[in-house]
Write a protein that binds this ligand. Structure first.
Ligand code: BG6
Ligand code: MG
Length: 230
């Protein structure tokens, strides 16, 4: 049996912070006369702060000086953190704790692979900081998802070969990053949005111990569509 590694995205997978990112970006965008839809917001999920602001400006056909760009990024984060400061364990998404505990009981290495630079603060808020064997986040990488850097570094940190890693992701960019890293991609969310994932679940309540146990053993689930695009 090959040693497996489990890599979790944070925002939208472990905690319901995707909604706070959306609110904070929406407020900021509106302040400079740009509006964007929930569909466009899907393209911001998993994407770094810098890249997200670049996308919003492109949608609004706007350019900014470097000073204004940096000021807006800071403003967005201050607003976002006002939500984060109020977080507690009740914001861990349903089924996540059970899955983490199962993997821990089975002595599986688990890592965080997130684009966020706020991940340590969030993990502390929800009491999960010590749960992970390794934390690779936006402070540790230079290339944003869909680049696979964050997941490759997470695999290295837990000493598991990329092809033996399983990534749980709620974003299109993150699924693409996992696929590029040759890892198994498990989408959490809407299957029509996450159609590049190897398999998709609505949330962790749909992931049972039997499935996790299959992942721990030899099985790797590859969907046919992915085989076609590779
Ligand atoms: C990702 C989120 O996890 O982290 C993105 O899905 C966010 O929406 C990115 O932009 C960076 O997060 P932060 O906390 O560093 O602004
Ligand atoms: Mg996410």
């Amino acid at each position: 049996m090959k040693k497996k590694g489990f890599i979790f995205d944070l925002d939208g997978v472990i905690v319901d912070t995707a909604k706070y990112h959306f609110l904070a970006w929406k407020k900021l965008a509106q302040s400079i006369g740009i509006d964007f839809t929930e569909v466009q917001n899907e393209q911001l999920k998993g994407v770094s702060r810098v890249e997200s602001l670049k996308k919003i400006l492109a949608w609004g056909n706007k350019t900014l000086s470097e000073a204004d760009f940096n000021r807006l990024m800071a403003e967005k984060n201050t607003n976002y953190l006002s939500y984060i400061h109020k977080m507690d364990t009740s914001e861990i998404l349903p089924g996540v704790l059970n899955a983490l505990q199962y993997l821990i009981d089975k002595k599986q290495p688990i890592a965080l692979g997130s684009a966020s630079k706020n991940s340590v603060e969030i993990l502390n808020k929800v009491n999960l900081y010590k749960t992970f064997d390794a934390i690779i986040d936006g402070n540790a990488v230079t290339k944003a998802k869909p680049n696979p850097e964050v997941f490759l570094k997470a695999a290295e940190a837990i000493k598991v070969a990329p092809e033996n890693c399983i990534v749980f992701e709620d974003s299109v960019a993150g699924i693409q990053a996992a696929n590029k890293a040759k890892m198994m991609s498990v989408g959490i969310g809407d299957a029509s949005v996450l159609n590049e994932a190897d398999i998709v679940f609505k949330d962790f309540t749909e992931i049972d111990f039997k499935f996790l146990n299959e992942l721990i053993k030899e099985k790797r689930i590859i969907n046919k569509r992915k085989k076609n695009i590779e």
